[in-house]
Write a protein that binds this ligand. Structure first.
Ligand SMILES: Cc1cc2nc3c(=O)[nH]c(=O)nc-3n(C[C@H](O)[C@H](O)[C@H](O)COP(=O)(O)OP(=O)(O)OC[C@H]3O[C@@H](n4cnc5c(N)ncnc54)[C@H](O)[C@@H]3O)c2cc1C
Length: 284
């Protein structure tokens, strides 16, 4: 097996242009599990983990740009936590400290698992992925990037360079249900993001359909009911209706981690809990 350790994004793209069949490796926390199972043969590997530009992040006007090589540990940076708290909350729930040190945002997106914990947050934020090859730079909405269960829209020779998203003013929540408290894949996950300037509430849900998505009927309902002036508590009737609309928007399946009925119930509980928490929160 040949391993090339790229030192820049341009070098990585040049390697892939020459041999598009080369497997990209970031933290290895998904890829090596597949390789060890024999589900993925590795003839030549391109390691992105030593590319400094993939680990950077910046604030550009009202947008935040995160390098694809940012680890979950990096996402706990207090500055990132202040700008996009739901993403930090999601990152904190991933795996163990070892997995959080190695695993990256780009790897979570490229794996495109319905249970990927950063994905509901990025869906709620309407994140855009910046992809790069030796011949093209292009941007793609996260909902178009993830095309199905563990499939994505990357073309041969392309890597995810960065992830761009707006910075919203207002509280956010990420919640997940698993079979235990830590080191667990989501049975259901939900991100709730408020945008006080745009007077919108955005809900991303995971593990309740092949692809994480936004619960738009629930979003539209709650935007009308939410107290955008004082952010005061909502009535039980409104909270229950919101929870019901979120649950109704899902199409979960039965699997070894939970039944479809349990998932529908659990996502409704998460919606209710997240809404109660953002109502008790500050505006920024
Ligand atoms: C014990 C354990 C616990 C885990 N717990 C969780 C959890 O709680 N929540 C969760 O969401 N996930 C979890 N995972 C899964 C995994 O840690 C994440 O999905 C992680 O983000 C993968 O990132 P990586 O950098 O390790 O990717 P890698 O394993 O290096 O790569 C994964 C895939 O992405 C591709 N890829 C990586 N980076 C790029 C890029 N920049 N451009 C294009 N393609 C790229 C690779 O080619 C490969 O196909 C867990 C895994 C383990 C082993």
């Amino acid at each position: 097996m040949g391993v090339i350790i790229a030192k820049s994004v341009n070098e990585a793209c040049a390697v892939l242009a020459e041999n598009p069949a080369t497997t990209v490796l970031a933290g290895g926390t998904d890829l090596m599990v597949q390789a060890n199972r024999g589900a993925h043969s590795l003839e030549s590997v391109l390691d992105l983990s030593r590319i400094p530009e993939l680990k950077n992040w910046s604030l550009e006007g009202s947008e935040m740009v995160l390098g694809a090589g940012i680890s979950y540990t990096d996402l706990a940076d207090p500055q990132i936590a202040a700008l996009v708290p739901a993403l930090t909350q999601a990152a904190r729930t991933v795996g163990s400290p070892q997995i959080r040190n190695a695993g990256t945002l780009g790897g979570n997106l490229a794996t495109a698992s319905p249970a990927g914990d950063t994905i509901p947050v990025l869906v709620a934020m309407d994140a855009v992925l910046q992809l790069k090859s030796s011949t093209e730079n292009r941007e793609i909405a996260i909902t178009e990037f993830i095309t199905g269960v563990k499939t994505n829209a990357l073309k041969p020779g392309e890597i995810i360079q960065s992830i761009k998203m707006p910075v919203f003013q207002g509280p956010q929540e990420f919640l997940k249900v698993g079979t235990r408290n830590a080191m667990v894949i989501s049975v259901v996950s939900l991100a709730l993001v408020t945008d006080f300037l745009g007077r919108k509430l955005r809900v991303g849900v995971g593990s309740v359909s092949p692809v994480p998505f936004r619960a738009t009927a629930a979003e539209e309902f709650i935007a009308q009911e939410f107290d955008w002036e004082t952010n005061s508590a909502l009535s039980e009737k409104v909270i229950n209706k919101f929870s019901e609309l979120v649950a109704d928007s899902t199409k979960p399946i039965d699997d070894h981690r939970g039944t479809a009925d349990y998932r529908k119930h659990a996502v409704g509980v998460l919606a209710k809990r997240a809404l109660e928490r953002v109502c008790a929160g500050e505006k920024s």
